[in-house]
Write a protein that binds this ligand. Structure first.
Ligand SMILES: Cc1cc2nc3c(=O)[nH]c(=O)nc-3n(C[C@H](O)[C@H](O)[C@H](O)COP(=O)(O)OP(=O)(O)OC[C@H]3O[C@@H](n4cnc5c(N)ncnc54)[C@H](O)[C@@H]3O)c2cc1C
Length: 290
């Protein structure tokens, strides 16, 4: 059923202060509207229960990629196309660039934002595993001021987030310094373009003399939220990579809780997640030996 346009209200904020003021005066009444690529799909299908939206699209404070010595900070409105055009991002954060390239088609990449991808909170979203693998932090802002949290603590359950009704996702902060880490991103979908992930993986590992010094393993579409595979990471940390691989793949079973849905089965997702991890660790080991 199509939505009734007249039942909806969309306001445009002209400044961050104006946006935060409205959100704090009527908490929960207004929801942010960024690129609209998730919201308009729901609207068009008559599945958008919320009716009052505040467009943040014109807020310069939520835009721009800032590079400093230790971090890169991306405004919540950074689009996939902007990620792909940014030399430092594509060079230092290839998992994020690959995730951006694997998201939708050109139109979606021009309009969809990283902030919207995060706050839409789909467990199947493509950039969150990359952000988890890079230890991203989120800066949230409200009239009470800014606060910063590690991204891995943001998703609390299916569509549940550490985001108050009067808060906006302001910036995404990526710590620099991943030179020398082996990194890989994989999205398994029905086809290679314009498909929502059946399983998504982003991994980053630092190995020295065959031993794992540091590792981040992140998955999408295998649980109610995107997640870091903590048990698999523990099985690898400080261990010889080759010897610990089988235990890490088995430990992954404890990290994930895939479900059957219209895109895939729980059984397939579990097996693919195991395969992706084994493949990643094998390639990391080969890269080290080259
Ligand atoms: C054809 C098509 C293909 C797609 N393919 C993919 C794909 O392959 N992979 C993928 O992951 N996604 C895909 N998507 C989904 C979508 O494009 C992304 O999730 C996109 O990043 C959403 O960003 P947006 O700015 O459009 O969000 P919006 O639709 O504007 O908002 C999404 C949600 O985030 C909230 N929000 C937005 N910005 C903020 C903020 N700054 N602070 C707090 N809350 C905020 C909104 O209130 C809303 O709940 C696709 C969508 C379409 C239409």
């Amino acid at each position: 059923m199509r939505a009734n346009l007249h039942a909806y209200d969309l306001r445009t904020a002209r400044s961050l202060a104006e946006a935060l003021d409205l959100l704090s005066r009527e908490p929960g009444r207004w929801r942010p509207f960024a690129g609209g690529t998730d919201l308009m799909v729901l609207f068009d299908a008559g599945l958008l229960p919320h009716t009052h939206f505040l467009s943040v699209w014109e807020l310069p404070e939520l835009r721009g990629v800032r590079v400093d010595d230790d971090h890169i900070s991306l405004g919540a409105l950074t689009t996939y196309a902007e990620v792909l055009r940014h030399g430092t991002l594509t060079q230092e954060f290839p998992l994020l660039a690959e995730a951006a390239a694997a998201t939708g088609g050109v139109a979606t990449q021009n309009r969809g934002t990283l902030g919207g991808n995060i706050a839409n909170a789909s467990p199947a979203a493509d950039t969150p595993p990359a952000l988890l693998a890079y230890d991203a932090e989120l800066e949230l802002v409200s009239t009470r001021g800014p606060r910063r949290i590690p991204y891995h603590a943001f998703h609390r359950g299916y569509k549940q987030m550490d985001l108050a009704p009067d808060e906006l996702l302001h910036r995404i902060i990526l710590p620099r310094g991943r030179a020398g880490w082996f990194q890989a991103y994989r999205k398994v979908g029905t086809r290679r373009a314009q498909a929502i992930a059946k399983v998504c993986f982003a991994g980053s590992i630092r190995v020295d003399s065959g031993r794992v010094l540091d590792v981040r393993l992140a998955f999408g579409s295998v649980a109610p939220t995107v997640l870091r595979a903590a048990a698999a990471e523990r099985a690898l940390a400080g261990e010889p990579l080759v010897a610990a691989t089988a235990a890490a793949v088995d430990a992954l079973d404890r990290d994930i809780a895939p479900v059957d849905d219209h895109r895939s089965s729980a059984r397939y997702r579990r097996q693919i997640a195991r395969n992706l991890l084994a493949d990643f660790l094998g390639r990391a080991s080969n890269a080290r030996n080259r």
